[in-house]
Design a protein around this ligand. Structure first.
Ligand code: UD1
Ligand code: CA
Length: 508
């Protein structure tokens, strides 16, 4: 069924993921552990999809429901095939074929759910080799200094592949072979179906081995070829947490290198972690200790870092984000954020907007050019274009029972150290005096002052702090108490109050 040119029709990819993964010592199934922001199985499925199969099946058994739910979430089209109590990679493959449409024609690829660095291009290369050689089976192999544990590739006198022997079934002589079976194969679909029905379990592990298909294919006249890969990372599976970290670091090395080759400056790739699904525009600079996670998308000419963790966050062109934690946030073009800012879900900062130091935002829409520069909590807020929120402003959104919304209008100005006790609406072009506790509406053009009026008590220092350095300083400055000494005995019986003239006083 091979096409005359190029590769054969790819009927299906089967991803084996029924195994237990005991060495992870985890309540989480092995294939659901993550590197680069995706599960191991997610990486395997992405590579499988990149090969463009007509069908994709994943074989499950251990923690079946958890794994199946994850597959349904990341690839709803995938067929979930349940393996029965018969063990082995051959049985797993047979169960997948049983779950797929009958009579598949063309090529079937088999891969593993715990081999996360396998690239779609490698599967492409395998398919081309498979088609080009007209093989019944093509297997990806690798040469390892220490092949312990792997199936060994058996070659005939003229170098052609004649079969695979498992470590546990191998003779001393066979164990010396350093070419190993990666477990990734291309099969002719109908040959595979037929050969599997002949595979038994008469081996050291009592399992139905997929590897036995190679010898069966050969004995019925089929050709078996090997596709030797140099890049050993691509065939390495995860068995424990040490390998998880090792492969995680290598994946990250590859990801950061890909972005650098694509025009992104990464000052310190070793401390920069970029998830597989992140996108970054050209001429963006990433400074050390930065993590770009999940579906984060960074535009061009931006500067991110140092010390940022951005998760599922969108950053516009030319934005600058420094020492910031952001989650499900949108940072507009040429906006600036940080240092020490915490952007929680629902934060949307407009173009050229600013979120500054020690500011926390949540569900806050901050329009173009608006500024929240210092020491503020803005939760459940709408802040209009060009508005300025003074240092230390708190949007008090929670009354102990429910959350309420605050809206600050265009080009409005909230003075420092104000509390906006939601629900509050401040109109366009309004002011709030510093230190206010605002509980009601402020109309356009109005100035709200909601705090105690300043009063100055003459002679207080002389009466209460006589003889202190403060008193001496007051005397030197002409305010030692001469103009209105209070009664002896230190009672502030008749202090003289003066009104300070501050900003306009609110109507009573
Ligand atoms: C298998 C190969 C071996 C190869 C090695 C590469 C066989 C018989 N042996 O070894 O030649 O060098 O992979 O890693 O195929 N799985 C199932 N159902 C099962 C058993 C396994 O789905 O009943 C899945 C596992 O989840 C895993 C993959 O198949 O993803 C490989 O299983 P594993 O037990 O690691 O491989 P071995 O059989 O030791
Ligand atoms: Ca294994």
């Amino acid at each position: 069924m091979n096409a005359p040119h190029g590769r054969p029709r790819l009927a299906a990819v089967i991803v084996l993921a029924a195994g237990e993964g005991t060495r992870m010592k985890s309540a989480t199934p092995k294939v659901l552990h993550r590197i680069g922001g995706r599960t191991l199985l997610g990486h395997a499925i992405a590579a499988a999809r990149a090969a463009g199969p007509e069908h994709l099946a994943v074989v499950v058994r251990h923690e079946r429901d958890l794994v199946a739910a994850h597959i349904a979430e990341i690839d709803p089209e995938a067929v979930i095939a349940d393996q029965d109590e018969i063990k082995g990679t051959g049985r797993a493959t047979e169960c997948a074929l049983a779950a797929l449409p009958k009579g598949l024609e063309g090529t079937v690829l088999v891969t593993y759910g715990d081999v996360p660095l396998l690239a779609g291009e490698t599967l492409e290369a395998l398919l081309h080799e498979h088609a080009g050689t007209g093989s019944a089976v093509s297997v990806i192999t690798a040469r390892l200094d220490d092949p312990t544990g792997y199936g060994r590739i058996l070659r005939g006198p003229d170098g052609e592949v004649v079969g695979i022997v498992e470590q546990k079934d191998a003779s001393e002589e066979q164990r010396a072979i350093t070419e190993i079976n990666s477990g990734i194969y291309a099969f002719d679909a109908s040959m595979l179906q037929h050969a599997l029905s002949q595979v038994g379990t008469d081996n050291a592990q009592g399992e139905k081995y997929l590897t036995d298909v190679l010898a069966i294919a050969r004995s019925s006249g089929g050709r078996v070829s090997a596709h030797l890969v140099d890049d050993l990372w691509q065939t390495e599976g995860v068995n424990d947490r040490v390998q998880l970290a090792r492969l995680g670091r290598e994946l990250n090395r590859r990801t950061t290198e890909r972005w650098m080759r694509d025009g992104v400056t990464i000052v310190d790739p070793a401390t920069t972690w970029i998830d597989a699904d992140v996108t970054i525009g050209r001429d963006t600079t990433i400074l050390p200790n930065t993590q770009l996670l999940g579906a984060t998308a960074v535009g061009a000419d931006a500067t991110i870092g140092p010390d940022c963790t951005l998760t599922d966050t969108e950053v516009g062109d030319g934005a600058q984000v420094k020492r910031t934690e952001a989650q499900l946030a949108v940072i507009g073009p040429r906006a600036t954020v940080g240092p020490f800012s915490y952007l929680r879900p629902g934060t949307e900062l407009g173009a050229k907007g600013k979120i500054g130091g020690f500011v926390e935002t949540k569900n806050a829409k901050i329009a173009d050019g608006a500024k929240v520069p210092h020491l503020t909590y803005a939760g459940d807020a709408t802040i209009g274009e060009g508005a300025n929120i003074g240092a230390g402003t708190i949007f008090a959104n929670y009354d102990g029972v429910a959350k309420h919304h605050t809206s600050v209008g265009r080009y409005s100005f909230v003075g420092s150290d104000s509390v906006l006790i939601a629900p509050v609406t401040i109109a366009d072009g309004a002011y709030v005096a510093a230190g206010s506790a605002v509980t009601g509406e402020v109309g356009p053009g109005q100035m709200a002052v909601a705090r105690g009026r300043q009063r100055n008590v003459d002679g207080w220092v002389a009466a209460k702090r006589a003889g202190t350095k403060t008193h001496l300083a007051a005397e030197a400055a002409g305010g030692g108490g001469e103009s209105g000494p209070p009664e002896a005995g230190g009672q502030d019986a008749s202090p003289r109050h003066t009104q300070a003239s501050t900003e306009g006083q609110a109507q009573a």
